[in-house]
Design a protein around this ligand. Structure first.
Ligand code: 6GP
Length: 824
């Protein structure tokens, strides 16, 4: 197998590099080698950041060996692979996750201890990799963890954004790469040219064309190895960065024009610099389309280059490649594959289309109309002229078929067209994604059903749609964030196998009736709450009572997610406390209401909600009448790492979106897995969660999806006063307007959305929300009962692992098999 040099020398050298997973001294050796060589530092003046970096580099060495073995094994075997295209990858920190997956946590802990450092402190030196905004980006991170763990041959493709503008609450940019990032490997040798703008010349008597001119830049690969849990398999996340084609314009430089000599370089690099900060909201900026095209074109060139090494005809591509599109952001890759096949590989149009539509599958993550991508046609045509031509042909063929099936139904044709008529016209990316994919899926049962009955009603036959309910990785969201609960599960089950087969935790359901187990379970919850309380105290100077009910609503700020309902409930509670007699006060349950999440910079109403939460907290937390009955916490700079501290400490999981709006939700799964009781609407994955944990172990509330439209209509067209819809809410609004929480008029625009129209049914669901909260309080009074329900919740979450989701995709969409790298 050795093609260069002396085989024995290579083998001996590789063996010398092996470190046994229990070899503390061996691990310490590799850490110190990085201290003295890679970092060029001395043992004597090493700080925690340096120690973190050396430790991370040592772990990275382990990952890279496995990564190399996986890559060469798969190259040899050439299995069918899945490529997961996601514009967001919300990875969080890597070190702890990596050592856990490698089963080397104890070894690294001891080794760093012997070198004079506390491993936990080193973990805190790592910056979160925050290449994402919310659910969609974190889902991709959980899925690639599961792909590696399930030994499925697959890669992720994304963008190496340098700055996420949501990095800080105050919208200071988050230059998360300002420290060296040990987890990425620059592959300066893996790069592809990317064209923008330019002109198109048709080639007579063919469907081919030549696209030339315009601007060109390069996409350069950065690889992030992704270890599976308890397997050698290590997947790859390949991120693209834009670079100029020639780094530096020497002519301008020599002519003394220094600005011009660097301009082309920074122009190109700007393409991938920022992460767009919107969640469930489309922005429509040209730079974003550039990002999308650069990422899609580079990924496709990379995928096709790998395929071409097999020397097979193009029509076998779908036997080796399946591309899963995480929402519509990568939809242009459908057209890019067509362009490459037709224009560069000279494949006839119909053959190219037959191949393409067997390669792509599309996951939808939202039914909100404001999130659906549609590009103004002039902008699109200017940037990607050849792609627009191909889209026209795709659309023409598609609409011809529709016309055949529904003769004369012009209305339907207008609704279904990939091009939206008007001034300007728009390219509807979801329509293109559906037409170009062999499978379309939603992310929870209710959501997938709504896709077919509402927004995509006309677009695809029944067998083109399917459902894959979301899941979360139990490695990060239980083992890593809640090690004591993980240990309790392992000890009780007698094995760690549940971590790769989460269904097994259902065997622990009967433990709800075991008093000793309940005690142990509750102790862990209290300890996790104490850990959070410490953080709140040291970071925010706030003291909270660990005996209070910790309610947690942690997600992006969005009107449809209704942080308002929670907040107005808190104000209602505050007013009740203020009025209560000493006798009544004794009956009021203590609450600590925790919010965390970011608002998109331009989302005015969402920012007002944050402002009101923060101002309510200021008043409530310092009001002597309140005592310890109520605390309100807004945690700034929400991140994956913050979530890892919050989730194990939550008693109640607040999931109260207007029914029919939240596609799935995933914090509901993480919180449930850690024993928080669900306080939620009948929406998204709440439906399936409630089904599995049993409705008597959850608190459901609010109008059902089927009724929302009628209530909404009536809010708009047969308006009643707020007082009539909800007297309790009217009282809350009066308190806000009276300036109880500072300038009342500031909140007018927010309150107005509910006075008028109330599109998200806040007033209509408020009574039901308060009633559900009362049930929560009643249950809390009986701690044994509460713990029973908490145990029944946690151990009924076996279906909501991303392993199950990814296996579903592999079986029902991707048709791929595991291909484990042999263990020596
Ligand atoms: C989110 C959905 O809002 C959430 O319900 C779901 O759990 C998550 O995707 C993962 O499927 N959608 C987005 O974050 C988004 O930006 C365009 O959708």
């Amino acid at each position: 197998e050795w093609t260069v040099g002396d085989a024995q020398t290579w083998k001996t050298a590789i063996e010398a590099e092996q470190v046994d997973k229990d070899d503390v001294q061996g691990v310490a050796n590799t850490v110190v080698r990085h201290v003295t060589t890679t970092l060029a530092r001395q043992a004597g003046n090493l700080d925690e950041l340096g120690a973190y970096q050396a430790t991370a580099l040592s772990v990275r060495d382990q990952l890279l060996k496995r990564w190399n073995e996986t890559t060469s094994y798969h190259t040899k075997n050439a299995p069918k692979r899945v490529y997961y295209l996601s514009i967001e990858w919300l990875m969080g920190r890597t070190l702890d996750n990596a050592v856990l997956n490698l089963d080397m946590r104890n070894t690294y802990e001891s080794a760093t201890q012997k070198l004079g450092f506390n491993f936990e402190d080193l973990l805190n030196e790592e910056r979160d990799a925050a290449l994402g905004n919310g659910g969609l980006g974190r889902l991709a991170a959980c899925y690639i963890d599961s792909m590696a763990t399930l030994n499925l041959p697959g890669w992720g493709y994304g963008l190496r954004q340098l700055i996420s503008s949501t990095g800080e609450q105050l919208e200071a940019p988050d230059p998360w790469l300002d420290r060296e990032n040990p987890w990425e490997i620059p592959r300066l040798d893996v790069s592809y040219p990317i064209r923008f703008y330019g002109r198109v010349e048709a080639i007579p008597n063919s469907s081919r064309a030549i696209w030339s001119g315009g601007n060109e830049c390069l996409a350069v690969a950065y690889d992030v190895p992704i270890p599976g849990f308890a397997t050698k398999n290590t997947a790859n996340l390949r991120l693209w960065a834009a670079r100029p084609i020639q780094g530096f314009d020497l002519n301008s430089f020599n002519a003394g024009n220094y600005e011009a000599s660097v301009a082309s370089s920074s122009d190109a690099e700007n393409i991938t610099r920022v992460l767009y900060p919107n969640d469930n909201m489309y922005a429509g900026k040209e730079l974003r389309l550039k990002q999308q095209y650069l990422w899609c074109s580079a990924s496709l060139q990379d995928i096709l280059r790998r395929y071409q090494k097999l020397n097979l005809p193009w029509d076998q591509l779908p036997d080796y490649v399946v591309i899963q599109m995480n929402d519509t952001h990568p939809t242009i890759s459908i057209v890019e594959l067509m362009r490459i096949l037709i224009d560069e590989e000279e494949v006839p149009y119909d053959v190219a289309w037959g191949i393409t539509t067997k390669v792509f599958a599309y996951t939808n993550h939202t039914v909100l109309p404001e999130a659906l991508e549609k590009w103004p046609l002039p902008l699109f045509e200017n940037l990607l002229p050849r792609h627009l031509q191909i889209i026209y042909t795709i659309n023409m063929n598609f609409l011809n078929e529709v016309a055949k099936r529904f003769p004369g139904d012009m209305d339907r044709i207008r609704r279904m067209s990939i091009i939206e008529e008007g001034t300007p016209k728009f390219v509807r990316m979801a329509h293109l994604a559906i037409v170009g994919s062999f499978k379309v899926n939603g992310v929870a049962a209710l959501h997938s059903q709504l896709l077919q009955s509402t927004i995509f009603r006309d677009l695809k036959g029944r067998d083109g749609f399917t459902n894959v309910t979301n899941g979360v990785t139990p490695r990060r969201w239980l083992l890593q964030c809640n090690p004591r609960l993980a240990q309790l599960i392992t000890d009780t089950l007698g094995s760690e196998h549940w971590l790769v087969n989460l269904k097994q935790i259902s065997q622990l359901l009967p433990m709800a009736d075991n008093a000793e187990f309940r005690h142990a379970f509750r102790e862990i919850k209290i300890e996790n709450k104490a850990r959070l309380a410490d953080v709140l105290h040291s970071e925010l100077g706030l003291s909270v009572d660990v005996d209070s009910i910790f309610t947690c609503q942690i997600k992006r700020l969005h009107e449809y997610k209704r942080q308002t309902l929670n907040l107005f409930g808190i104000i209602h509670r505050y007013l009740r406390i203020k009025k209560a007699t000493p006798q009544e006060r004794k009956k009021i349950a203590k609450h600590t209401a925790i919010f965390a999440g970011k608002a998109a910079p331009g989302y005015y109403i969402a920012k007002l909600v944050i402002r009101l939460i923060v101002n309510v907290a200021k008043i409530v937390n310092h009001d002597p009448d309140v005592g310890d009955l109520l605390r309100v916490v807004f945690i700034p700079d929400y991140s994956v790492s913050v979530a890892e501290v919050l989730i194990p400490a939550a008693d109640v999981s607040v999931q109260i979106s207007t029914a029919g709006t939240e596609a799935s939700g995933t914090s509901n799964m993480k919180l449930g897995l850690n024993g928080a009781l669900l306080l939620g609407t009948v929406d998204g994955a709440n439906v399936e969660i409630a089904e599995d944990v049993g409705e008597d172990n959850a608190f459901l509330l609010g109008h059902l999806a089927a009724d929302v439209e009628a209530v909404r209509y009536s809010n708009s067209y047969n308006p009643t006063s707020l007082e009539e819809r909800s007297p309790e809410l009217a009282a809350v609004f009066k308190a806000i307007e009276a300036g109880t929480f500072g300038d009342g008029h500031v909140y007018e625009p927010l309150l107005k959305t509910i006075y008028d129209h109330d599109y998200y049914l806040v007033s209509n669901d408020f009574g039901s929300y308060l009633a559900a909260e009362n049930l929560v309080d009643e249950l809390w009074a009986d701690q044994e009962e509460w713990t029973k329900k908490s145990i029944r919740t946690a151990f009924a979450m076996g279906s909501f692992t991303s392993d199950r989701s990814v296996q579903d995709y592999a079986d029902s969409i991707w048709s791929i098999e595991p291909d484990p790298v042999p263990e020596n």
